[in-house]
Design a protein. Structure first.
Length: 499
């Protein structure tokens, strides 16, 4: 079945409180998707962000981002008074997330809400938090971070850094109120998440989540599961993740994430990974797994290096991992992020897994690599096409900055014109392609330039900030989108559950 969807981070939705949330604007966006004939809403990871504000560097693979909790909804639930949050400084630019303002103000407001929730007021949160170890570990981890002024767990005193039982027991007793706060925050997040997901599904919109292959070194995942990672006796990585030089970076990318101890993971049946994936499918209908090739081979860079030049490829778990996932969890709806240089073994892993790979139109016209498989005439039906992802420029930004010969080729191949709009022409070509699923960045529906780019790999300080303004997803835009879906036969089939 041919389908279409929009890539739009929750953080990029409009709101008066510094960042997009799981509240009313998220439901308006779902309404826009349904009216526009879309089937899917693709998100970036929704975990709590750490240094650099990247959703791909989170304090937890399981927890939800406190910033995305909607404050107006908390007021409707009787947990806040409007005057306690509406007049605070949430940033001066409605088109940019101000992470400093959020960090300074959001948690004080959430502490007020959680204090009322903890008193047992006449209010019950919808849904529950699962009785899994992740919540206990995460809440204790965040309470300890708060106690130690936000320092990485690698800088904590040795006894708690290494999770010696007596130290853990003492910390749970000493920090029980702070631990309870972080648990309450997760209850608030997931109560709002379930409401939004149910609303989307009732409207016929499925949610595509995004799972980073790696986790942050400074995370509850690593602190509580050190044996699952390639760490020394002090918890420091021996090598870290990255990728070699490519089209995104001439010096390669040094991500710095700890690498998995795949031998240890295989011994216990990939139990940690199975918990992780199982949990994600409680949140999402479909899951995009980032950096799929890392399951075939992963790029290991010596810890402490300043670039990725000295990295080496090492074998990953291969198809054995995905056979275990299928055997234990059943066949799941997974998209494999297979971008970049693909060796024959990566291609075989993708084929053997049965997952659809990704195609990116902006990468199709690279004069340095004319046989890259991204031109639409070469697509199999079993793939997902994007004009660009969160790591690419917007279409208009790409047209303004790409090599002249690349832009000329794109114009000729795709029959692009100013009259139609370069962005509409490129999206039209993606929708017309054989790909079963076509996903567009919302910035491209608006025809925005490079100032709306979400992320530039290997850079810090100006990423993950873009937000749209109120009223941008309006009836006029949804009507045009719906017409395109009808022309290219991507309208969803009528559903009995759709309202």
């Amino acid at each position: 079945m041919r389908k279409a969807g929009i890539l739009m981070p929750v953080s990029s939705l409009p709101s008066p409180y510094g960042i997009g949330t799981l509240g009313a604007e998220a439901r308006k966006f779902v309404d826009f998707l349904a009216a526009g004939g879309q089937s899917c809403w693709q998100l970036l990871p929704v975990g709590p962000t750490s240094y650099g504000d990247s959703p791909y560097q989170s304090f937890s693979s399981f927890a939800g981002n406190p910033y995305l909790i909607d404050l107006d909804t908390l007021a409707q639930w009787g947990l806040l008074e409007p005057g306690e949050y509406q007049n605070l400084d949430w940033g001066s630019d409605p088109e940019q997330v101000d992470y400093r303002a959020l960090y300074q103000n959001r948690f004080d407001v959430l502490r007020l809400a959680c204090s009322r929730l903890s008193r047992g007021d006449k209010f019950e949160l919808r849904g529950t938090i699962w009785p899994e170890d992740w919540l206990e570990d995460y809440a204790l981890f965040m309470a300890l971070k708060y106690k130690h002024g936000g320092a990485s767990w690698l800088e904590w005193p040795e006894d708690i850094r290494l999770r010696r039982p007596e130290a853990v027991a003492d910390a749970r007793k000493e920090l029980r109120e702070e631990i309870a706060f972080w648990e309450y925050v997760q209850r608030l997040f997931f109560a709002q998440w379930w409401d939004l997901k149910e609303y989307a599904n009732q409207k016929g919109i499925s949610i595509i989540g995004d799972l980073p292959i790696y986790v942050a070194l400074d995370s509850a995942d690593v602190w509580a599961n050190r044996s699952q990672f390639q760490l020394d006796e002090n918890g420091l990585p021996t090598e870290v993740a990255g990728c070699p030089p490519d089209g995104f970076s001439a010096s390669g990318q040094l991500w710095g994430n700890p690498l998995f101890n795949w031998e240890k993971m295989k011994e216990d049946g990939y139990a940690w990974w199975l918990r992780r994936i199982s949990f994600q499918f409680q949140l999402y209908d479909t899951l995009r797994i980032d950096h799929f090739r890392g399951f075939d081979e992963y790029f290991a860079v010596p810890y402490g290096d300043e670039t990725a030049h000295n990295g080496k490829w090492k074998p990953g778990p291969g198809i054995d991992f995905f056979k275990t996932v299928n055997k234990t969890l059943g066949k799941k709806d997974i998209i494999a992020e297979d971008l970049g240089f693909l060796t024959p073994t990566v291609k075989k892993l993708l084929k053997d897994s049965g997952y659809p790979g990704m195609k990116v139109l902006e990468l199709a016209f690279d004069s340095r690599d004319t046989d890259n498989g991204y031109l639409p005439h070469s697509y199999p039906a079993h793939c997902v096409v994007y004009t660009g992802t969160h790591d690419n420029d917007t279409i208009q930004g790409w047209m303004a900055t790409a090599l002249k010969e690349d832009v000329a080729y794109a114009k000729a191949y795709l029959r692009l014109s100013r009259r139609e709009g370069y962005h509409w022409g490129m999206m039209r070509s993606a929708w017309a392609s054989p790909a079963n699923l076509a996903i567009m960045q919302f910035q491209d529906l608006l025809g925005l330039g490079g100032q709306a780019r979400m992320n530039t790999p290997s850079t810090l300080g100006n990423n993950w900030k873009w937000r749209t303004l109120p009223g941008t997803y309006d009836e006029k835009l949804s009507r045009r989108l719906h017409r395109e879906m009808r022309v290219y036969q991507r309208l969803p089939k009528p559903s009995k559950t759709k309202k």
